[in-house]
Ligand binder design. Structure first.
Ligand SMILES: *Cc1c(COP(=O)(O)O)cnc(C)c1O
Length: 359
C-alpha cells in the first residue's frame, strides 16, 4: 500500500543548512575553508562553557533535568521575569515548532514576512496552519502591512528582529504601533536570535510587552553570539499562560544536559559576548566597505551578517566561491548572505569574491 501523507507535509521541502566544512573538504580536496554561511560566532564557544563540559559529561548516563531548572532560574534572574515565564528549547527553532503545534488549528493563520527565517513557514505548514506572507518593504519588515494582514483566524505573527537573512531591524516606535493594533487572539513572536549584535539605541524592548501581560513571546538563542550552535539550546520568555501551553507540547527532555550546563556558563561569560560584539562591529564595517568597493550595496545590518545583491546569478557566484574555499549563503536569485567572520576570513572572502567577479 502506498504511504499516505498529509498534503501539507507533502508540500514541504527539507531545510537546507549551510554546507558543513568537512563536506566541502571532501568534495574539493581543499585544506583551507572559510565558512561564512550560518551566522555562527567565529571566535568559537565561550571558554567558560567549554570548561564545564568535561565535568557535565560525567553524568551523561542520566536523563537531563527536564525542567532545566538551574538555567531557567538564571535566565529568569537575568531578565527579571518569573521562572514560569522561561521555556527551554532544543535551539530556539524548536520553540517555533511548539508555538505552531500549541496554537494553530488547521487553517489558522500565521503572519510573517516574505523574506525571513524559513523555519516559520515550515513549522506553520507542518502544523496545518496557513502562512500569510507579507512582503518586506525596502528590505525591512513592513509592520503596518503585517498588522493589516491580521484576521480573526490569525494566531501567530512573526517579527524576526534583526531579520534573517536581511540583517535589518524594526525599531521601538514601529513595534509600539504594531502592538497597538494586534488583537488578543494573536501571539506576537519576537525572534531575537541576533539582538546581542544590534547597536541601534531604538531597538525595541519586546520583553516589556511580555512583562505587561501582552500575548507575546521573545525567542533567544545560545547558537549565535554565545557560540553554542552545535549544542542546540535556546529559550523563550513569555507569559506564564503561554508558557503553560508550550510546556504541554514540549518534548520532556528537549534541552540536553551538556547544553543546559554550558548555556548557564556562557550566560555568565560577559567577556566573551563583549569581545564577540566588538569584533563583529569592526569587521561588519570592514566587510561592508569591501563590498561597497566592489560596487555592491549591502542592506544596513544590525546583526553578524550582510545581505547583498550580486547583480548576477547568485547560485553561480555561490558555487564559484565554494571552489575558492569560501562558503556563503545563496538566498535566492541574485541575493547572497555572508556571515562576518574573523578578520582573516573576511579578507579571504572579499579576495575570493573579487577573483570570482573578475572572471
Ligand atoms: C539562528 C536562528 C535562530 C536560532 O536557531 P537555534 O535553533 O537556536 O540554533 C532562530 N531564529 C533565527 C532568525 C535564526 O537565524
Amino acid at each position: 500500500m502506498p504511504l499516505k501523507v498529509h498534503k501539507d507535509i507533502e508540500s514541504l521541502s527539507p531545510y537546507v543548512p549551510g554546507k558543513p566544512i568537512e563536506e566541502l573538504q571532501r568534495e574539493l580536496g581543499l585544506s583551507r575553508i572559510v565558512k561564512l554561511a550560518s551566522n555562527e560566532n567565529p571566535l568559537g564557544p565561550s571558554p567558560k562553557a567549554l570548561a564545564v563540559l568535561a565535568e557535565a559529561a560525567q553524568t551523561l548516563h542520566r536523563y537531563p533535568d527536564g525542567s532545566a531548572h538551574r538555567l531557567r532560574t538564571a535566565l529568569a534572574d537575568r531578565w527579571k521575569v518569573s521562572l514560569d515565564q522561561v521555556i527551554p528549547g532544543n535551539g530556539s527553532d524548536e520553540i517555533i515548532g511548539m508555538l505552531a503545534r500549541a496554537f494553530l488549528s488547521p487553517g489558522d493563520e500565521a503572519v510573517m514576512a516574505d523574506n525571513t527565517f524559513v523555519i516559520y513557514k515550515m513549522e506553520v505548514l507542518a502544523a496545518h496552519g496557513k502562512p500569510v506572507i507579507v512582503p518586506l518593504k525596502d528590505g525591512r519588515h513592513d509592520l503596518a502591512a503585517m498588522a493589516k494582514a491580521i484576521t480573526p483566524r490569525t494566531r501567530l505573527l512573526f517579527v524576526c528582529n534583526p531579520n534573517n537573512p536581511t540583517g535589518t531591524m524594526v525599531n521601538a516606535a514601529e513595534v509600539e504601533t504594531l502592538m497597538a493594533q494586534v488583537p488578543e487572539h494573536a501571539i506576537v513572536v519576537f525572534d531575537e536570535a541576533y539582538c546581542e549584535y544590534a547597536r541601534d539605541p531604538h531597538f525595541p524592548d519586546s520583553l516589556g510587552y511580555v512583562k505587561r501581560g501582552r500575548h507575546a513571546i521573545v525567542l533567544r538563542t545560545f547558537s549565535k553570539i554565545y557560540g553554542l550552535a552545535g549544542l542546540r539550546i535556546g529559550y523563550g520568555l513569555t507569559t506564564p499562560e503561554i508558557a503553560g501551553y508550550l510546556n504541554r507540547v514540549r518534548p520532556p527532555f528537549n534541552a540536553n544536559s551538556l547544553a543546559q550546563r554550558a548555556a548557564l556558563a556562557a550566560l555568565g561569560d560577559e567577556e566573551h559576548v563583549a569581545k564577540s560584539r566588538a569584533m563583529n562591529q569592526t569587521e561588519l564595517a570592514g566587510v561592508r566597505a569591501g563590498l561597497v568597493a566592489l560596487g555592491f550595496r549591502p542592506l544596513p545590518s544590525e546583526a553578524n551578517f550582510l545581505y547583498f545583491d550580486v547583480g548576477r546569478d547568485g547560485r553561480a557566484v555561490f558555487d564559484a566561491l565554494l571552489r575558492e574555499g569560501v562558503i556563503v549563503r545563496h538566498i535566492e536569485g541574485t541575493m547572497l548572505r555572508v556571515t562576518i567572520g574573523l578578520p582573516e576570513e573576511n579578507r579571504q572572502f572579499l579576495q575570493a569574491l573579487k577573483t570570482v567577479l573578475g572572471r
